[in-house]
Design a protein around this ligand. Structure first.
Ligand code: OGA
Ligand code: MN
Length: 197
C-alpha cells in the first residue's frame, strides 16, 4: 500500500493532482460496486445537492448524480475496508506533508446515462474544511467511447481522465476545478474529501 500512497503524494506535490491505478484491489472494487448497486436498487440513493441554498431545479442543471453518504462507522464490509485504507492514507499524508487531516467524508455516486456534473470546485466558499478530493471509480471495462470523463482544469491544461474501475484521482479541493462529462452508460464512483476541521 505504501508505494501507492507515495505515488499519490508525489503526484500531488509536483502537479496538485495525481492518479493511481488499482489503489484498491480488484476484489474490494467489485464489492464496493455491488454495495453501491444494492443501495441504488433498495432506493437509498438521493439527488445530490450543490450549494446550501440552491433549489432542486438549479441543482439539476449543475449535477445529475444520485448519492448515498458512507457513514464513518459503517460496518458494511466493503465500506469498512475502504475507510480503513483511506484513514491509513491520510495518516501517511499527515506524517509526510503535515497536512493536519483529521476526518473525511465520502459518498457513493451513480450517474445515470447522460447525466453530468458541470465545472466546479469542491471546497465551499463558506466552509474551507475540504482539503483534498479523492475519487475512486467502480466501473468495469470502461472504454473511451463510453464518455463520462473527469476533466481537471489545471493551469493552462485540461487533464482528461477515464473513470476506469480501480483508478483513483487525488487533488487539492481548493485549487482544481473539474467537471464530469455525460456518459453513454451508467457511471459509478465514490467521491469524497479529506477534512481539516
Ligand atoms: C464530485 C465530483 C467526480 C467524479 O462528486 O464532486 O467531482 O469523477 N466527482 O465522479
Ligand atoms: Mn467535484
Amino acid at each position: 500500500m505504501h508505494e501507492k500512497f507515495e505515488a499519490l503524494i508525489e503526484g500531488y506535490l509536483a502537479d496538485d493532482y495525481a492518479t493511481c491505478e488499482d489503489f484498491f484491489d480488484e476484489k474490494l472494487i467489485a464489492a464496493l460496486r455491488k454495495n453501491l448497486l444494492k443501495g441504488h436498487a433498495d432506493g437509498i440513493m438521493h439527488r445530490a445537492g450543490v450549494g446550501k441554498q440552491s433549489s432542486f431545479q438549479q441543482n439539476q442543471k449543475v449535477r445529475g448524480d444520485v448519492i448515498s453518504w458512507i457513514e464513518n462507522d459503517s460496518i458494511e464490509p466493503s465500506e469498512l475496508g475502504f475507510m480503513r485504507i483511506v484513514e491509513a492514507f491520510y495518516r501517511h499524508l499527515n506524517q509526510t506533508c503535515y497536512t493536519g487531516i483529521n476526518g473525511c467524508e465520502f459518498h457513493n455516486a451513480l450517474y445515470e446515462t447522460g447525466s453530468f456534473y458541470k465545472r466546479h470546485l469542491d471546497q465551499f466558499k463558506q466552509d474551507s474544511n475540504r482539503q483534498f478530493s479523492l475519487v475512486t471509480y467502480l466501473n468495469e471495462d470502461w472504454v473511451d467511447t463510453d464518455g463520462g470523463e473527469l476533466v481537471l482544469y489545471l493551469s493552462g491544461e485540461e487533464k482528461i481522465i477515464q473513470p476506469q474501475g480501480g483508478r483513483v484521482v487525488f487533488f487539492k479541493a481548493d485549487k482544481i476545478e473539474h467537471e464530469v462529462r455525460p456518459a453513454s452508460r451508467e457511471r459509478m464512483s465514490i467521491a469524497g474529501w479529506l477534512l481539516r476541521e
